[in-house]
Design a protein. Structure first.
Length: 74
């Protein structure tokens, strides 16, 4: 700890503030660490929408129509 304080004291005021800000950030990050919530993850996954066969047919039909367009020549 003495080594850290001696190095800290060698810094100018702006750099000392930066060190303090960084320490605050590390402490904030540590306080926000959360354990993995498997049940919450499963609920999120179950709410993801999926496309039905009818949805996919609509995409296929639109792709065919798009491919039939004639490109204008300049």
């Amino acid at each position: 700890m003495k080594e850290v304080m001696s190095k800290y004291n060698l810094l100018d005021k702006e750099d000392q503030k930066e060190v303090i800000d960084f320490l605050d950030f590390l402490l904030y990050k540590k306080s926000k660490e959360a354990k993995f919530d498997l049940d919450g993850y499963k609920r999120k996954i179950m709410n993801i929408s999926v496309w039905s066969e009818a949805d996919m047919l609509t995409f296929d039909e639109n792709a065919k129509l798009l491919n039939q367009w004639q490109i204008e020549k300049w």
